[in-house]
Design a protein around this ligand. Structure first.
Ligand SMILES: [Zn+2]
Ligand SMILES: [Zn+2]
Length: 130
């Protein structure tokens, strides 16, 4: 069982599945949404994700097919969801509190990466999505 929360703690969640892959997304939207060089997201089944404090979650429609959910009290990003991938969300792994390991990591949208950031690890890189 994996537990997590936003920064202020109003939103808490439990995830009963495994985290099998970590996408380090360098797209310009993720960079703005996280305020960082990239986002660390994992595609998971939304059926296995249970929230408390749902009333604090707002889903911002960042593009025609995509929403990005965050805590309305503290602004922590929580997940994104794509219209074409029902039943799946991309969890923002910085909100996870449970220690876990996941060897499968990769960079996506490296064509949009911040010019001030150099990728210095050996994980696979994809210029677009994956
Ligand atoms: Zn919060
Ligand atoms: Zn992205």
């Amino acid at each position: 069982m994996i537990n997590g929360s936003c920064l202020c703690g109003k939103v808490q969640y439990t995830y009963s599945g495994d985290i099998n892959e970590i996408a380090m997304c360098h797209c310009s939207q993720c960079r703005k949404a996280q305020g960082g060089a990239f986002a660390t997201n994992s595609p998971i089944s939304s059926a296995d994700l249970v929230f408390q404090g749902q009333e604090y979650i707002k889903e911002f429609q960042s593009s025609a097919h995509k929403i990005r959910a965050f805590c309305t009290n503290c602004g922590s990003p929580l997940y994104s969801a794509h219209k074409d991938l029902p039943g799946s969300v991309r969890l923002r792994l910085g909100t996870v509190e449970t220690a876990f390991q996941c060897p499968k990591k990769y960079h996506i949208h490296t064509a949009s990466k911040a010019p001030w950031y150099e990728i210095s690890d050996a994980f696979p890189q994809y210029t677009e999505g994956k």
